[in-house]
Design a protein around this ligand. Structure first.
Ligand code: PLP
Length: 389
């Protein structure tokens, strides 16, 4: 049977360069904090990797803090802002749960930056909100991701940065899905903090990084040793860090992926009644969020899996259950949100993979239509989701 993996936004296939680096480093020993030769060797590997990751995220290597992944990197940024005086946080309504839940748990008040039907943050709202900021709430902290994990929609972070800077605030950019796919230089994007994760770009799971600019002060969340210049206690995941750098290096050498294969598949699906989410906005070339009106997303994922094609329903969730997508709900997509699957390719994806997905989707859709008749779209149609006004 075909086996097609199109769930890179959940986790990418590990790149051969990363696998080689990981196994090579795992086979040697040395704690980077030890002063003997083995320790110094491990330290040199971590610092070399830090330099490679600084090329991915911009800024000097000394501003890269390794973490256990994107979740911890986001939490380090948010909790640091709160620890240094932020009493009110603005987070976009389409952020990853690691941002939304950390903000809620931080003890600060949380406000949600809305998005339009294309999934793009409403900067007029942000401008008005910042103009009205009460200094009693500390400096404004704003979290706006660079690319959304469900729709691939790219956010206007540079413009947001202008607004946040003018209000003397702190902009955190979650670049977990963007890294290795589009430019993620924190300086060029105007981020005060920016997070990345190895496993989305072909590195191992369980390693990530946060970079910070001169206007952000990081406050350690966990206590223990003085690793990462006192910003993140705990022995470094040396093999994971080196493999992360190898994957980032490989990703940065690649040409930017073309959207043509994804778009050809999308065009076939649209001709059969599918609705493409975020189609009217700039999107990552690897991501397709597509709804089949009337068809339950979880059932579609299972049917596609039986046909040998692996995709997700909205965002993958840790419990294995599919929960309604807060991203599609924030876009006002109503009933369609329950009918959307996320298809995402990556470094090893071929044109045949996208064709196999479109073939399988088409077969499942025709079987469904034969049983239930033509679907009724109640809340949106393709023409409603065209180019932004
Ligand atoms: N941010 C975004 C946008 C993500 O898509 C994810 C993972 O799905 C994360 C953060 C969390 O990253 P990690 O799995 O490395 O903790």
């Amino acid at each position: 049977m075909t086996s097609v993996y199109l769930d890179y936004n959940a986790t990418a296939l590990i790149r051969p360069e990363a696998l080689e680096a990981m196994t090579r480093v795992l086979a040697r020993t040395g704690n980077p904090s030890s002063v003997h030769a083995a320790g110094r060797g491990a330290r040199a590997l971590v610092e070399e990797a830090r330099t490679d990751i600084s090329a991915l995220v911009g800024g000097p290597a000394s501003t890269v803090v390794f973490t256990s992944g994107g979740t911890e990197a986001n939490a380090l940024a948010i909790d640091s802002a709160v620890a240094t005086g932020a009493k009110r946080l603005i987070v976009s309504a389409i952020e990853h749960d690691s941002v939304l839940e950390t903000a809620k748990a931080s003890g600060a008040q949380v406000e949600y930056l809305p998005v339009d039907t294309h999934g793009v943050a409403d900067l007029a709202w942000l401008k008005a909100r910042l103009a009205d900021w009460d200094p009693i709430d500390g400096k404004p902290f704003v979290a706006l991701m660079l690319a959304n994990n469900e729709t691939g929609v790219i956010q206007p972070v540079l413009e947001a940065s202008g607004l946040v800077r003018a209000a003397d605030g702190w902009l955190h950019i979650d670049a977990v899905q963007a890294a290795g796919r589009i430019m993620t230089d924190s300086r060029a994007l105007g981020a005060d903090t920016l997070s990345v994760s190895a496993h989305k770009l072909g590195g191992p799971q369980g390693v990530g990084a946060l970079t910070f600019g001169p206007r952000a002060t990081l406050v350690r969340r966990q206590h223990g040793g003085g690793q990462e210049r006192g910003r993140r206690a705990g022995t470094e995941n040396v093999a994971g860090i080196v493999a992360f750098a190898a994957a980032a290096h490989a990703a940065m050498r690649e040409a930017e992926p073309k959207a043509a294969w994804r778009d050809a598949a999308a065009a076939r699906l649209k001709a059969e009644g599918a609705v493409i989410m975020g189609e009217g906005a700039p999107r990552l070339a690897n991501t397709l969020c597509v709804a089949a009106p009337g068809q339950d997303a979880a059932l579609q994922v299972m049917s596609l899996d039986l046909a040998g094609v692996m995709v997700s329903a909205g965002s993958a969730c840790s419990s294995g259950k599919v929960k309604p997508s807060h991203v599609l709900a924030a876009m006002g997509l109503g009933d369609l949100a329950a009918c959307a699957v996320r298809v995402s390719g990556g470094w090893a994806t071929t044109e045949d993979d996208w064709t196999a997905f479109a073939d399988a989707w088409s077969q499942i859709h025709s079987r469904f239509a034969a049983r239930h008749g033509a679907p009724v779209v109640r809340h949106a149609a393709n023409h409603d989701l065209g180019a932004p006004a």
